[in-house]
Design a protein around this ligand. Structure first.
Ligand code: G3H
Ligand code: 13P
Ligand code: ZN
Length: 325
């Protein structure tokens, strides 16, 4: 059977253009939460409805192959319908996180995504430009918005691995944005993916807000994206370690620094690891406290409840997106 081609507008989704313009003017950031399964998606949408927050639900290449790409896309559109049936009009964007090829971006655009990221950050500048431009030209025919990246985050970006970060060079951003026509730009200012962002037991080095400011000066009003923005919530790390996990030394970005970023030209803040930690902490706790239980709805239900709390907290107290829908 042929894969069905569908435009995101038929699915009730929004691209990022208006979301980012409002976030820039209102000095807050749109949350971009990753999901791979039903409970994560239910929790994200529930919390965003409850806090009246615009939201970007994003999937990686790995998430698409884990859940099956058609299943995942249908879950996302099911979530939109669920929100509308609950009487909520919050804008919901379905975004590809860290797309690594034109073909992957095209496949997402053709199947109803309203936004895609093409991550050519590991490529030489001109190759990154050429790839991002090709994706932007295709995407814009369908009014799908495109995020690209300049500078490399430390850690693992899907299958692209880089041990050391390379901060974004502010002198490159203007030319990149002009030549590619992309709609937003992810930059590297000291964050990284995963739960081990900084050295344990040492003061967390502040993010490079000087680089962010330099970028803002060169592309005023242009939406900037911050990846690797989990706080690695210490309470979850402690719970995980208390109940048999081994996450000693996990450290994330302090919330205060994320608040500062959200009030700047950073319009999108990506959070995945904190959600994973919340789910794992609650499941470990559940298993330890009730070893006889074997109904997944019980322990996944607890995990989902915690994830609602986490997303509410991010929207209300960190990103400032609550009440902005
Ligand atoms: O930046 C990467 C995201 O956290 C997605 O991770 O590739 O393991 O799904 P993943
Ligand atoms: P975290 O690992 O800090 O949650 O970052 C997620 C991310 O950037 C997804 O693209
Ligand atoms: Zn990322």
């Amino acid at each position: 059977m042929e894969k069905q081609k569908v435009h995101y507008s038929e699915l009730g989704l929004s691209n990022t253009r208006e979301m980012f313009a409002k976030a820039m003017a209102g000095k807050y950031a749109i949350p971009a939460y990753n999901f791979n399964n039903l409970e994560q998606l239910q929790a994200i949408i529930t919390a965003c409805i409850e806090t009246s927050s615009p939201v970007i639900i994003q999937v990686s290449k790995g998430a698409r192959s884990y859940a099956n790409e058609t299943m995942l896309r249908c879950m996302a559109t099911g979530a939109v319908q669920m929100a509308r049936e609950a009487g909520s009009t919050i804008p919901i964007c379905l975004h590809l996180d860290h797309g690594d090829t034109f073909e992957l971006c095209k496949s997402c655009i053709d199947s109803g995504f309203s936004s895609v990221m093409i991550d050519g950050s590991h490529l030489p500048f001109e190759e990154n430009v050429a790839l991002a431009k090709k994706v932007a030209e295709y995407a814009h025919q369908f009014d799908v918005t495109v995020e690209a990246e300049l500078g490399v985050l430390a850690g693992i970006e899907d299958e692209i691995s880089s041990e050391h970060s390379t901060y974004t060079k502010p002198e490159e951003v203007e030319e990149f944005v002009k030549k590619t026509g992309v709609d937003s730009l992810a930059i590297s200012i000291g964050t990284s993916h995963g739960a081990f962002k900084f050295k344990p037991g040492q003061p967390v080095p502040p993010l490079r807000f000087d680089i962010l400011e330099e970028c803002e000066k060169r592309i005023p009003g242009f939406p900037i994206v911050l990846h690797g923005a989990s706080s690695v919530v210490p309470e979850y790390v402690d719970l995980i370690n208390q109940y048999g996990g081994k996450l000693e030394g996990a450290v994330g970005v302090p919330e205060e620094q994320l608040r500062q970023a959200a009030a700047s030209a950073v319009c999108k803040i990506n959070i995945d690891s904190d959600g994973r930690l919340a789910v794992t902490a609650k499941i470990r706790e559940y298993f330890a406290k009730d070893p006889k239980e074997f109904d997944p709805r019980k322990y996944l239900g607890e995990a989902r409840k915690e994830l609602v709390k986490l997303v509410r907290h991010k929207n209300e107290a960190v990103l400032g997106s609550a009440g902005k829908a």
